[in-house]
Design a protein around this ligand. Structure first.
Ligand SMILES: O=P(O)(O)OC[C@H]1O[C@H](O[C@H]2O[C@H](CO)[C@@H](O)[C@H](O)[C@H]2O)[C@H](O)[C@@H](O)[C@@H]1O
Ligand SMILES: O=c1ccn([C@@H]2O[C@H](COP(=O)(O)OP(=O)(O)O)[C@@H](O)[C@H]2O)c(=O)[nH]1
Length: 734
């Protein structure tokens, strides 16, 4: 039976060895807590690190460690101390984490830690490959394993691979500073589906792919040589029922809670003080220090709340080998000390601070006891604590104050949304929260709970997995026309037997790859020889059919007496003959259109106009990709409006917009060319939209081939210009 393989840096359980005994505790952090229920309900395995390095496991306990993980449907990846230093504390948490959370000043670019990241990703790949069986689906998680999808795809192209990033994907301007940006993007593109929490992270990623790798990006699809990668956003949910049911039980036995006991100790002091909750891993991205400062500012701005409120702060130890986390710990300790010293009275301590992780029951205790939750991350992929807090408010009372920088803010607009750098706003939100009428609290939480309940973690995982399966169908649709070896053999058999044969060959993107300056794309000697050889075969006609102007084509092919068709069919040079116009065309419209194109050239760096006898083309291959696409669609609209009353048409080619007589296109040119002649073998090959006309207009028995993986009317496709060369060689040898 096929299974889902979940892979993340950490397993959901972390092992410790105490006195030769193995102990397991649940992992902290949103990824582990969220995916745990998905793993529990699926027939799958989870591959990851146990939390113990190879050096920490005595030889006689090795089997037991493996056994302890297997019992939980997990498979361990064995990592050394050096791996953890370079990969986890190094590249993952001193490079990617700060960079992706926009903390550029904390970001280190160290070659050694990058190398460790590569090595450890390879170690994960080995374990995954050992465990994959036919039909399995792979789901890779998070920033520690961004090279893994490509490593798996290389060995197992048959397997569907999904990747989900739990942290933000930064804007291109930030991402581009990474020396290994290409490797990271190529690693991720080994996936069939890439998921993000929000649309903004998704669009940042797509923009980096198109600018750095210059892959074709259309809406949310990236076209590779032989595959399509789909990118989408799936905001992660929580196991809603688990939290709401635990809260309901907890309410029933409230006096059991640790917090309540602690309150009881202070009972004669300020038992009615409103509790403001703050829970996070001790991480600089969570804005903990700022939160404390903002709380101080609140007490100064609204002194009437002294002794009426209390900040209950749980900071969970995290990544404590990284210097920035150690500094943050010191800063938070000092801030808490200073503020408690500054404001405390005999009967009141303004901040209760816990530096540890808490078991689930105690978390529920905190969630249910605190009237307000104050979560102010500077950047946060999602922030599940915000969702968990709302889910535990069984009576729908309580107010969530949430930073707009958390992914969760995009779905939780009924919370009080604040800018974490604006103390004024935070202080006012605290006042508003404390004074909020119950009816309003209930109204806001009702909406929030309804949404969280519906889009829970199960739905999130199902949506992702359904999309992943759909990507398989998508690939099938395109693969259906990929030219297989047997189809190729059949085509060459037909070719050999045919007594009258014609081949229509597009030039740019088909016979030659694209170059930045179109004038540099002249045919190489091999290509000229191949075309000449085919042309010299008996009963064989080769036609190069291009959008290019006749002078360029004529010069390049002056020594090969084949038929040339230029400007999509305006001009034709028959075998051994001279260029002639195929129809009577007008070009007086050019004086009106040229100034418009010139304006677009002025506004869009890297673009230029190509002038032909009967058409004008605006090239934008060298422009910034996003800007180029935007301007192209703008120009296309302007030109279409202008051409509506004329017989002009706008051709949307590969990074080029061409305006010309709409009655002229390659379809019409090939139809005219073969009219009345009885070819028993017809072949056409081309790469862009303008070639679709010939694929559509040639008779059904023609062999039509598209270069590159795109939607097409052609029967088959081949990957690239190298494959076109292979075909030409076979024609030449037939
Ligand atoms: O494994 P650690 O280094 O101890 O860190 C714990 C986890 O932190 C990060 O969580 C993120 O995922 C959450 C769920 O999607 C999201 O709500 C949060 O905003 C993220 O920061 C990290 O991405 C995980 O890989 C870590 O395991
Ligand atoms: O002592 C604790 C404190 C928090 N959490 C859990 O850690 C997760 C934190 O996830 P979040 O998305 O808020 O942030 P992350 O730590 O993943 O960046 C939540 O599910 C919490 O319930 C936990 O297991 N033990």
């Amino acid at each position: 039976m096929s299974k889902t393989i979940i892979i993340s840096n950490r397993l959901p359980l972390q092992l410790q060895i105490d006195n030769k005994t193995i102990k397991a505790t649940p992992s902290v952090g949103g990824l582990a807590t969220g995916m745990k229920s998905v793993h529990r309900d699926s027939n799958g395995i989870w591959i990851g690190w146990t939390g113990l390095t190879e050096e920490e496991i005595p030889a006689d306990l090795r089997d037991e460690v493996v056994e302890a993980t297997i019992q939980e449907q997990c498979v361990p990846v064995s990592l050394t101390e050096e791996d953890i230093d370079g990969f986890y504390y190094g590249f993952s948490n001193r490079t990617i984490w700060p960079l992706f959370h926009y903390f550029m000043e904390y970001t280190e670019f160290e070659k050694e830690s990058w190398q460790s990241y590569v090595t450890v990703n390879q170690k994960y790949a080995e374990v995954v490959l050992d465990n994959i069986e036919e039909g399995d689906t792979v789901w890779v998680h998070d920033y520690q394993l961004m090279l893994l999808p490509a490593l798996i795809k290389k060995e197992r192209p048959d397997v569907q691979i999904g990747f989900f990033l739990h942290i933000p994907f930064p804007s291109y301007e930030v991402f581009r500073t990474l020396p290994w940006r290409e490797e990271i993007l190529k690693g991720l593109l080994g996936s069939d589906l890439i998921g993000f929490h929000t649309y903004d992270y998704q669009r940042h990623f797509l923009s980096s792919v198109s600018r750095i790798l210059r892959n074709e990006v259309s809406f949310n699809e990236i076209t590779l040589k032989d595959r399509i990668v789909t990118v989408n956003s799936y905001p992660m949910g929580i196991d809603y029922n688990k939290f709401s049911e635990a809260a309901a039980k907890h309410d029933a036995a409230k006096n059991q809670s640790e917090l309540q006991r602690r309150l009881d100790l202070h009972i004669d002091s300020t038992p009615d003080a409103k509790m403001i909750l703050s829970i996070d891993r001790l991480d600089y991205s969570k804005g903990i220090a700022n939160r404390i400062r903002a709380y101080e500012y609140f007490l100064e701005k609204y002194p009437e709340f002294k002794e009426k409120v209390r900040l209950v702060m749980l900071a969970v130890p995290s990544r404590s080998n990284v210097p920035q986390y150690q500094l943050l710990k010191k800063e938070v300790d000092e801030l808490v000390g200073r503020i408690n010293g500054k404001f405390a009275s005999v009967s009141w301590t303004p901040i209760w601070y816990f530096y540890r992780s808490m078991p689930f029951e105690n978390l529920i205790d905190l969630y249910t006891t605190c009237e307000v939750a104050l979560l102010t991350p500077i950047r946060d992929g999602m922030n599940l604590v915000a969702k968990e807090y709302v889910a535990t408010r069984t009576d729908k009372k309580g107010v969530l104050i949430l930073s707009e920088m958390a992914g969760a803010a995009q779905e939780m607009s009924e919370a009080l949304i604040i800018n974490p750098n604006n103390f004024e706003e935070i202080a006012d939100a605290l006042k508003q929260a404390i004074e909020m009428p119950e009816a309003e609290q209930i109204k806001r939480n009702k909406f929030l709970q309804k949404r969280l309940k519906r889009y829970n973690v199960e739905k999130w995982a199902n949506d992702f997995m359904t999309s992943l399966r759909d990507t398989a169908h998508k690939a099938d649709i395109v693969k259906a026309i990929r030219m297989r070896a047997d189809q190729e053999d059949e085509m060459f058999e037909t070719y050999k037997k045919a007594d009258k044969r014609i081949l229509f060959l597009d030039y740019d993107g088909t016979l030659r790859g694209f170059v930045n300056n179109p004038e540099d794309a002249s045919p190489d000697d091999d290509l000229i020889e191949l075309v000449r050889t085919i042309h010299n075969q008996d009963n064989t006609e080769v036609v190069i059919i291009s959008g290019r102007d006749r002078h360029t084509l004529g010069t390049w092919w002056q020594d090969v007496p084949i038929t040339l068709i230029a400007e999509h069919g305006v001009w034709k040079r028959p075998v051994g003959g001279e260029w002639a116009v195929t129809e009577n065309l007008k070009n007086d419209w050019m004086d009106t259109v040229r100034p418009i194109l010139e304006q677009f050239v002025d506004r869009t760096a890297g673009t230029f106009i190509e002038e032909k006898n009967y058409s004008l083309a605006w090239h934008y291959r060298n422009a910034d990709p996003d800007l180029g696409e935007k301007r192209a669609s703008e120009l296309s609209n302007v030109l279409k409006e202008l051409s509506a009353n004329n017989e002009l048409g706008v051709l949307d080619g590969n990074k080029v917009l061409e305006i010309k007589d709409s009655t002229i296109h390659k379809g019409k040119a090939v139809t005219k060319h073969i009219f009345g002649k009885d070819y028993s073998f017809k072949f056409a090959i081309g790469d862009d939209w303008t070639d679709e006309y010939m694929f559509q207009d040639l008779p059904d028995d023609a062999f039509t081939i598209k270069v590159g993986l795109q939607k097409t009317a052609a029967k088959y496709y081949v990957d690239d210009t190298d494959r076109v060369r292979d075909l030409l060689k076979k024609f030449a040898a037939s």
